[in-house]
Ligand binder design. Sequence first.
Ligand SMILES: [Zn+2]
Length: 442
Amino acid sequence: MSSYQVPRGTQDIFGNEIRKWHKIEALIREITQVYGYSEIRTPEFEHTEVFARENDSSDVVNKEMYTFMDRGERSLTLKPEGTAGLIRSFVENKLYAGPDMPFKYFYTGPCFRYERPQKGRMRIHHQFGVEVLGDKSPYIDAEIIGLGLTVVRTLGLEDLKVLINTLGDKESREGYKTVLKDHFKPVLGELCQDCQRRYEQNPLRILDCKVDAQHPSMESAPKLQDSLNEASKAYFSEVIRILKDSGVEVEVSDRLVRGLDYYTHTVFEVVSVNKSMGSQATVFGGGRYDDLIHDLGGPEMSGIGFGMGIERLLVALEAEGIDLAEEEGIDVFCVSLDAQALDYAYHLTNYLRLNGYKAEYDVYQKSFKSQFKSVERKHAQVAILLGQNEMAKGQVILKKLDTQEQITLSEDQILHQLDHWLNEDHVCDHDHEHHHEGEEHA
Ligand SMILES: [Zn+2]
């Protein structure tokens, strides 16, 4: 018995599951292309300082990173999120010098966090994210929320709510931090160890402490909204107005601060309100960052992005009873009726594959009955029957399985007949160029 198992919080993906992933990944590519986003692939690990910057008080950075020394004594970290690595690349490759601001990117790939595994929350989770970098505009904030919604709605999700908040600009935030520190100072000794650290690093974080959620000082804490300056308020109202005008209902949630320290202005979460989702309901979320690009050595330039965890998305789809795993059938199954026909079945199958048909045959040449079971199991649309008598005359029998229509044809008529049966919208083209074995299939 094998004693090897996947590490805690990781999983193998195959069978029905991988079909769902393929559908989601294909849709992500299609929609990001329609919206004009180009892909950036960054390494799975970065120098630790890319993620652990000065004063970062978030749990992601402080508790959950996979950090290690490599053999050259460099501290490296497996990326815990997608944004910082992408911005590092944007700055390092001077992509900001390009002519077409804003710069619109997407990425997909694994993120690594040492967390307590739960359904939809894995230690290796896969994230689809977008980042739009350039001068700030409320239209961009609205656009990326719209893009994310397009992805999840196209997949079929309906039980969604858009939560939105603003953290304001730097001036507003600094003002709020001062007010918060004054508020928590008298009770600081009653709060948890993490909050002691957060008090110095980023007192905003105290507000989403799970340990101290019931402490009376939480309820009476001053609201960020009261510290916002006029410019920050005006920006936020514009984002909401544009979203509403494009038919996106939002709910302002003044407790929403998101898990990373670099956010400024707009932060948002699109959550599933399906009853079976429980506390892990965020489908995607993100926010704007005014200082991150500059902090990573780039120009003064703002950015905004979101991350969507694929594992979490799959849980949300399941909660709404949406099954993406439906198996697609094959086009043709070549049934070989006797020993001599196996060799022919092999070559005919290859010929059909080179011409773009999903074709199968039975390599073990099991009984006729058993081969026809395979035809059914694989949902083949057409069976080609290869028998000795017909083959002697250079002929094969084609059977269309839904209508049971059956015809005997010569080998060179097969493609034409398949085209007629399987591509009904397709106008028959007698000069159809056939691909043969050995040719490169376009
Ligand atoms: Zn606490």
